[in-house]
Design a protein around this ligand. Structure first.
Ligand code: NAD
Ligand code: TDX
Length: 335
């Protein structure tokens, strides 16, 4: 089987590349990534010379490049490539529409032309909008995205759905909750707070800090996507959640406690515009129909994650200094 993984130099994509090479030593894995600010080939140093792995630097909006790549015997496309940070989408929505909507359509066209056996769209619970104090997102919850990021992801999802309905393209859509774990870019809540706490800097908590996210350890997300590739019923959507709802301030306090830093570092700042109050995922469908089970509890996962950031300080300080981009420039030239 030949898999094309888009966005494989990002946080979840790089974890997924390594996971699949380990789980399926006979699969050929091609990673295509444009190496935006979020793409870091240093994540993949351990597999860069693996005989079953290849990296191609290209943009998913590039029609000819995607046609050539998918036309070269690809069986399955797993689309992780996206602009992924909500705060950036508020400042600069245009690139979100370009990559997350247009990029998805370009991939769908190439997948249709070359008759792939499956196209998996990696999406997010944020397309469902926000929850009040009770209830959970199911696969039937209407899409009511509130940020330019989530609206662009919903646009991509709807195109995937339409290519299935109109052209019979074999697709699945997965919608997961907030991931955490190794190699997450230090703009996202958990790695941002770890790195700032270690520097005794202020920890900016938006609003009252009581917004709730459902946390999923990245390896558990990878195992879910692996199952969807192999067992997902064509045309179906699968929600993937960690069943670990926590307030933001609880997360930040847990990090401070683990690092032995004072709570006085917490600084409440202006709220994010359109800030979704609560996400909570009902994962019954993937658990009952595909047999998925997360391995990590939040308590063990967060400890392992903090330890990883402590052990890999060089990895994130090279991101903060911009040094990581030199690694890719050596091989692929500057952007
Ligand atoms: P990330 O920002 O860490 O990585 C995104 C990757 O995509 C980067 O390597 C980047 O270089 C690449 N990319 C961006 N634009 C591209 C383009 N035009 N062409 C080719 N490559 C491009 O993101 P992540 O956190 O790993 O998220 C991966 C996917 O999972 C995204 O689709 C995101 O919407 C989804 N998701 C993420 C989370 C989360 O908590 N991180 C939760 C739910 C869903
Ligand atoms: O400095 C901060 N302070 C703060 O209070 C940051 C960066 C975040 N927050 C809050 C906002 C959110 O309620 O923490 C929560 C998590 O924020 P992010 O890490 O930015 O994640 P979120 O907005 O929930 O989106 C993430 O999960 C769903 C990913 O970035 C998306 O790609 C994914 O779809």
């Amino acid at each position: 089987m030949k898999l094309l993984i888009t966005g494989g130099a990002g946080f979840i994509g790089s974890n997924f590349v390594m996971y699949m090479l380990q789980q399926h030593p006979d699969y050929q894995i091609v990673n295509v990534d444009a190496l935006t600010y979020a793409g870091n080939l240093e994540n993949l140093q351990s597999v860069e010379n693996h005989p079953k792995y290849a990296f191609v630097k290209a943009d998913i909006t590039d029609v000819q490049a995607m046609d050539a790549l998918i036309g070269d015997g690809v069986d399955v496309v797993v689309n992780f490539a996206a602009e992924s940070h909500v705060d950036r989408s508020i400042l600069e929505p245009d690139v979100f529409v370009k990559t997350n909507v247009l990029g998805t359509q370009v991939l769908l066209d190439a997948a249709k032309k070359h008759k792939v056996t499956k196209f998996v769209q990696v999406s997010t619970d944020e397309v469902y909008g926000t929850l009040g104090a009770t209830g959970l997102f199911t696969e039937e919850t209407p899409l009511t995205p509130n940020s330019p990021y989530s609206a662009s992801k919903a646009g991509g999802d709807l195109l995937v759905r339409a290519y299935h309905e109109t052209f019979g393209l074999p697709v699945n859509i997965t919608r997961c909750s907030n991931n955490y774990g190794p190699y997450q870019f230090p703009e996202k809540l958990i790695p941002l707070m770890i790195s700032r706490a270690l520097a005794d800097g202020a920890l900016p908590v938006y609003g009252d800090g009581l917004n709730i996210r459902d946390w999923l350890y990245v390896e558990d997300h990878c195992s879910a996507i692996d199952l969807v590739i192999h067992k997902g019923v064509l045309g179906e959507v699968y929600n993937i959640g960690g069943n670990n709802e926590r307030t933001n301030v609880h997360i930040v306090k847990t990090i401070l406690q683990e690092l032995g830093k004072p709570e006085s570092l917490i600084t409440y700042v202006q709220d994010r515009p359109g800030h979704d109050r609560r996400y909570g995922i009902d994962s019954t469908k993937i658990m009952n129909e595909l047999g998925w089970k997360p391995k990590h509890t939040f308590e063990t996962g967060i400890k392992e994650t903090i330890q990883w950031y402590l052990n890999n300080k060089e990895w994130w300080t090279r991101i903060q200094s911009g040094e990581y981009q030199k690694y890719a420039e050596k091989q692929y030239g500057s952007r």
